[in-house]
Design a protein around this ligand. Structure first.
Ligand code: ACO
Length: 322
């Protein structure tokens, strides 16, 4: 059995926060944010939490695949903004909202979470354990950023994306390759120190903290290497890729990595201007945008890449099969 990318769906909360709105909250400008990041707007969850966004994206993915919740054998949900920080997992809450009982687990790999979930789903399917796995990237980052810190609060947004990974006998539909990795020596570059047992409630550092410039440099270098390696080991170049769909943190990172692999601009997918950085949700949300406007078609080859807190990173070559 092979693992195939069968469906996609997404959801963003209705409230939009513009750069102009942010000018009224912190000492920043539309010009600075646009020039340094490419971000113009982001969506903010007001009366919803991560499991609500994840549930709505999942229903969209199920509808697009013409599948029912009962068809799902397992849920893997990537998030750094779970409804509860220890238990129950957000995946369990989504299973309940979908009205199913199935194995359900959260994974924590920051912005690389969706690619980690994809890798786990692929392994479960190829080993014959399950047939249909719902993978989700869902975040309400607006709830963990410090709205007084201009170096971080302007960057992030809320949203969710979901995909269904299914067993197939057709080799041409198979996920071609996935590369995931992590290096904990960078743990302090991107961290929410006061949300675990180490510092716990005694810490006032409960917000997301990032050494932006240092993170930027490692991200460009590491991602460029990861996509170069995965293309090389599959004897591929940017010519065989239909869509380059990177994690959406900063258009300058995307541009630098795309130039390394000589990816033409028209194949590079950019959504950071409207959604900001939605961490684990950004890749499935970008795939869904392509699908909803009818640009991506069955059989198209996607190159995904992501980089995030940990540091974690990964890339994947994936045929689209919806
Ligand atoms: N408005 C105005 N000025 C600002 C703002 C702001 N919102 N934020 C920072 N500045 C100032 C800084 O104070 C600094 O001023 P100084 O020179 O007087 O000290 C100046 O702008 C430059 O700051 P830098 O941090 O050097 O700016 P840089 O060009 O590096 O851009 C950014 C910052 C956008 C954060 C960039 O470094 C970046 O994108 N980093 C990578 C983010 C990323 O990929 N994270 C990983 C994924 S996220 C995850 O896993 C959850």
């Amino acid at each position: 059995m092979y693992a195939s990318f069968k469906s996609i769906g997404a959801y963003v909360p209705p409230k939009i926060l513009t750069n102009k709105d942010l000018e009224k909250i912190v000492d920043t400008t539309d010009e600075w944010i646009t020039k340094r990041t490419g971000i113009k707007t982001r969506h903010i969850a007001e009366n919803e939490v991560t499991s609500d966004l994840a549930y709505k994206a999942s229903v969209d993915a199920l509808n697009n695949a013409k599948m029912k919740p009962e068809d799902i054998d397992m849920i893997i949900l990537a998030t750094i903004t779970p409804d509860y920080f220890t238990m129950p997992s957000t995946a369990c809450l989504v299973a309940e909202k979908l009205g199913i009982t199935a194995p359900a687990v959260d994974i924590s790999a920051a912005c690389t979470g969706f690619i980690y979930a994809l890798a786990q789903a692929k392994a479960f399917i190829e080993s014959g354990v399950y047939k249909n796995i719902l993978i989700i990237g869902a975040e309400t980052l607006s709830k963990i950023v410090n709205w007084k810190d201009r170096t971080t609060c302007v960057l992030f947004g809320d949203g969710a994306g979901a995909a269904i990974i299914s067993a197939t006998e057709k080799k041409e539909e198979a996920i071609t390759d996935i590369d995931i990795n992590a290096d904990g020596k960078y743990k302090d570059f991107l961290i929410t120190p006061g949300r675990g047992v180490k510092y716990g409630c005694e810490s006032d550092r409960i917000w997301l903290e990032m050494k932006g410039n240092e993170t930027f440099k490692v991200a460009v270098k590491t991602l460029s290497q990861s996509v170069t390696d995965i293309l090389k080991r599959n004897s591929m170049t940017s010519r065989e890729i239909d869509w380059f769909i990177p994690h959406q943190a900063n258009y300058r990172i995307i541009d630098a990595v795309a130039r390394t692999i000589k990816m033409p601009k028209e194949k590079s997918v950019l959504t950071v201007h409207k959604y900001g950085n939605t961490s684990s949700a950004s890749i499935p949300m970008a795939i869904n945008d392509l699908y909803k406007i009818g640009k991506i078609k069955k059989g198209d080859i996607m190159l995904l890449d992501a980089f995030g807190g940990g540091f974690t990173w990964g890339s994947a070559i994936v045929p689209f099969n919806l």
